[in-house]
Design a protein around this ligand. Structure first.
Ligand SMILES: Cc1ncc(COP(=O)(O)O)c(C=O)c1O
Length: 383
């Protein structure tokens, strides 16, 4: 059934070892290491002092939903009214709501592996079944049209798209998005698009699949949030935009489950959405420099190969040539933590066996130290 999150488990073990005084270098965390910008914190503190400490409408305050609506217009070329927007306790919660209101027991949802493992569990929580398409580094983690078409059955009810992706960092091309859109229209299924990493993108421009045309827009639920772009993981603010009837259903569901996301966190999120671009750009360009550093260093180690990711803050490196006969990536990850104090997440967690995921949401010094240590450890292992 539902599995515990291995990413959180590894992060917890790494923390424990650290508390015991071990020099752990963590590539495990899926969150920016930056502090939340002070303009956001100040607005939330002000909101508490102003008495914004009560229930808000379940789907979020009107001001917050208007700020999200303007963001979609400005950054994504998408026109959503405030009524079409539901603000939730993180994008994870938004995706949960989306699946609960679109999936019936027995329905299938297409996933493109390697994928963020929460999707599979949330599909099952809604009574559905994941139908997985496998992609690899060689194909740039892009599904082919034949793979997409082959995954469709009479039970297909939705596809989840995640670009840029966790865990691969892959950015899907406009061509692939168009293919997905045309199949969804032809076979009448939903597109749930998780665009949480939309602003952490290197060398290309983010494209929202819902902006490809009104027929795609009508069957798409667009999810994004504040966690990654603004270093706000603990604030728990995500949002979804959808056709009105779907947004209403999500809002009604939320009414009976959590009610509104935290009132003053919403106030902080408005400041985030209105923040000038340079503060975000400073974080984005630092991630890009870290990406270049870690990919160069990983590829310099014999037996490791890692495609250059176009977004997010993950390097999904192929270790299949390093693994011993019969050894799994799970065993290697565990050995690296126990013996070299390096925390990484095994690819099997994301249905990407033979790989390890490195989060580079950590300083360049730590990246250099960690990957050097990895190289030394692997060299001593094979000696
Ligand atoms: C692909 C993806 N979607 C959603 C989330 C969750 O974001 P939030 O903190 O807004 O719930 C994550 C967090 O790791 C993620 O990697």
């Amino acid at each position: 059934m539902i599995k515990p999150s291995p990413t959180l488990a590894i992060t917890a073990k790494a923390r424990r070892l650290k508390q015991e005084g071990k020099d752990v270098i963590s590539f495990g965390a899926g969150e920016p290491d930056f502090d939340t910008p002070s303009v956001i914190c100040d607005r939330a503190i002000q909101a508490i002092r102003n008495g914004e400490t009560r229930y808000t409408p379940s789907a979020g305050t009107v001001l917050m939903r208007e700020a999200v609506s303007k963001k979609f217009e400005r950054e994504n070329g998408l026109s959503y009214t405030a009524d079409q927007i539901v603000v939730s306790c993180g994008a994870k919660h938004s995706i949960y709501n989306a699946l609960q209101v679109t999936i019936n027991p027995g329905d299938e949802v297409i996933l493109i592996a390697p994928y963020w493992m929460t999707y599979a569990d949330q599909i099952r929580l809604a009574g559905g079944e994941p139908r997985v398409i496998h992609t690899s580094q060689e194909s740039g983690f892009k599904p082919t049209f034949d793979q997409l078409r082959g995954a469709i059955t009479p039970k297909t009810r939705a596809i989840i798209v995640n670009s840029p992706s966790n865990p691969t960092g892959a950015v899907q091309s406009r061509e692939t998005l168009k293919e997905i859109a045309s199949l969804a229209i032809k076979h009448d299924f939903w597109i749930i698009t998780d665009e949480i990493y939309e602003r952490l993108i290197y060398g290309s421009v983010h494209e929202s699949i819902a902006a490809l045309g009104s027929d795609v827009y009508d069957r798409t639920i667009t999810v994004a949030g504040c966690s990654k772009t603004y270093a706000m993981t603990g604030w728990r603010i995500g949002y979804a935009a959808a056709p009105l009837e779907v947004a209403r259903a999500m809002s009604m569901l939320q009414d009976q489950v959590t009610s509104n996301p935290t009132a003053f966190a919403q106030a902080g999120a408005i400041a985030a959405l209105e923040m000038p671009n340079d503060a975000i750009e400073a974080m984005r360009s630092e991630f890009e420099a870290r990406r270049d550093l870690i990919i160069g260093m990983l590829n310099a180690i014999p037996g490791i190969s890692c495609a250059v990711p176009g977004g997010a803050f993950y390097a999904f490196a192929d270790f299949s040539e390093t693994l011993r006969e019969g050894e799994t990536d799970i065993e290697l990850a565990s050995e690296l933590l126990d013996n070299a104090y390096l925390a990484v997440v095994p690819g099997t967690v994301f249905e990407g066996p033979g790989c390890l995921r490195f989060s580079y949401a950590t300083s360049r010094e730590e990246i250099s130290r960690g990957v050097n240590r990895l190289g030394d450890y692997l060299a001593s292992r094979s000696a």
